[in-house]
Design a protein around this ligand. Structure first.
Ligand SMILES: C[S@@+](CC[C@H](N)C(=O)[O-])C[C@H]1O[C@@H](n2cnc3c(N)ncnc32)[C@H](O)[C@@H]1O
Length: 451
């Protein structure tokens, strides 16, 4: 099989738009310096006189570098602009407290239990040794007040507050207050830091606001110096999809290299992503719930992504067969951005790339705790904001017409299309799709250990 025909990660990477953006950005950063230097040499040669052949070769090189530079600018525009700029733009409009309310409502309870089990243990998971037992003191479990935590992409402080509550629920106030002094956090958005400071000022645990700062966790050196002050953590958290705001290969490598450097041996890191579900031929055979293929948020993202980006792929590379799952995401409702959803294989690949030292020790899948009515509201909002309204309605209409779906069966009532306007039935089926989409959405939690 020739290299171009191989559907491998390495081949895709070479052609991937995000990777190409990084290359363009590199050229745009370095080419102007080279252009300046060549122009200076040519100007000096004009003044002082120089060997004609040398000046000619400088001119040729200058033309070449200028062409490369202009191509990079053009290509970056074609690819939708700089990744980092776009991420900042979206994050700037994004209010975790408001825009991710549904996520908090749906997963807060579960995450509280998850952290309790990671710190203190869970009888249902005897194999996963909790932090207080991983770091024993003279044979006895570690005082939880001594655990050191770093929350990356802390938003407005939800996870840090949850961790303090978890320790308080398991031990005395005195211990929770001690633990609060060992919590650290970083977020790239200054407004999030302000919200977190406000939250902690009102708190009862005596959290040290000097332990949280504005910054990019990808910049490990700066983060270590400014916020973390060269400590090492028992626990690092990147909650609510923080990880995949950072999408390029370089960003993935930096994220995991920093986690590896900052965790104590036996320490744990927790992050979550969305569980990818691809429609299989078996799914499509299930005639009676045929609309279910519309419900899966990220399957839709993925299909959309493949449609949009297949044109960047060389012949023989099929995006929907790649291990990397890119999504053109608008879950925040604040603008589209390319995000990358890592699956287990991909995380293992990155760990290998950074030379090991980390391993996945646990995974958990979870659907949100959201009632039918709320799920419909959230799902409809999402369909609307992602411009899928028309697409979904047309698909439903077509399937009703072709008798692929049976509305009575899906809606659990007698639907008579001779008597009822089809638009009303489509509306009701849109609610069905929206409810399913939200209630069946799965969040995927990974627990990584430093070995
Ligand atoms: C969806 S919010 C989650 C907030 C919080 N972890 C929670 O669970 O409530 C993701 C956060 O990650 C932050 N973020 C993304 N990439 C980052 C980076 N490289 N460095 C620091 N913060 C980042 C964003 O600013 C945003 O506040």
């Amino acid at each position: 099989m020739s290299e171009d025909k191989e559907h491998s990660f390495e081949v895709a990477k070479k052609w991937h738009p995000e990777e190409r953006k990084v290359e363009c950005e590199w050229v745009m950063k370095h080419a102007p310096k080279l252009i300046g230097a060549l122009e200076e040499c040519i100007a000096n040669a004009d003044k002082n006189g120089a060997d004609e052949q040398t000046v000619e070769s400088w001119n040729q090189n200058l033309a070449k570098v200028q062409e490369i530079y202009e191509n990079a600018v053009e290509m970056l525009e074609d690819l939708g602009g700089r990744t980092r700029e776009r991420t900042h733009k979206v994050l700037n409009n994004y209010e975790p407290e408001v825009d991710s309310r549904w996520f908090v409502d749906g997963f807060d309870n579960f995450e509280r239990k998850l952290f309790t089990s990671l710190m203190f243990g869970d009888p249902d998971r005897p194999k996963l040794i909790p932090l207080v037992k991983r770091f024993k003191e003279q044979g006895a479990p570690l005082n939880p007040g001594k655990l050191v935590v770093d929350d990356r992409g802390m938003g407005s402080g939800r996870t840090l507050r949850m961790l303090m509550d978890v320790v308080r629920a398991q031990s005395f106030m005195k211990i929770a207050r001690k633990f609060a002094k060992n919590l650290h956090g970083i977020d790239i958005m200054p407004k999030n830091l302000q919200d977190a400071i406000k939250l902690f000022r009102e708190g009862k645990y005596g959290f040290l606001t000097r332990n949280i700062s504005v910054g990019d966790y990808l910049d490990g050196k700066k983060h270590r110096k400014d916020t973390f002050r060269h400590k090492r953590a028992h626990l690092i958290t990147l909650m609510m999809h923080t990880l995949f705001y950072n999408t390029t290969m370089d960003e993935w490598i930096k994220t995991f290299t920093n986690i590896k450097a900052d965790l104590l041996p036996k320490g744990l890191c927790v992050f979550d992503t969305v569980a990818m579900r691809h429609n299989t031929p078996e799914d499509l055979k299930k005639g009676e719930a045929f609309l279910d293929d519309l419900k899966d948020i990220y399957t839709r993202f993925w299909i959309q992504y493949c449609e949009n980006n297949q044109r960047f792929m060389p012949e023989g590379i099929r995006l929907n067969e790649m291990e990397r799952r890119h999504i053109d995401d608008n879950t925040t409702g604040k603008g589209f951005q390319v995000r990358e959803v890592p699956d287990k294989k991909f995380i293992e690949y990155i760990i290998k790339r950074i030379g090991g030292g980390l391993r996945i020790v646990d995974e958990r899948m979870r659907t949100p705790e959201i009632n039918d009515q709320d799920a419909i509201v959230i799902g409809r909002k999402w369909i609307f904001e992602n411009n899928f309204e028309e697409k979904y309605k047309n698909t439903i209409k077509e399937r009703i017409e072709k008798r692929i779906v049976n509305p009575s069966q899906l809606l659990g009532r007698d639907v008579d299309l001779e008597k009822e306007p089809v638009e009303n039935v489509i509306e009701e089926l849109m609610d069905y799709v929206a409810r399913y989409m939200v209630q069946q959405y799965q969040n995927h939690y990974f627990i990584i250990e430093r070995i």
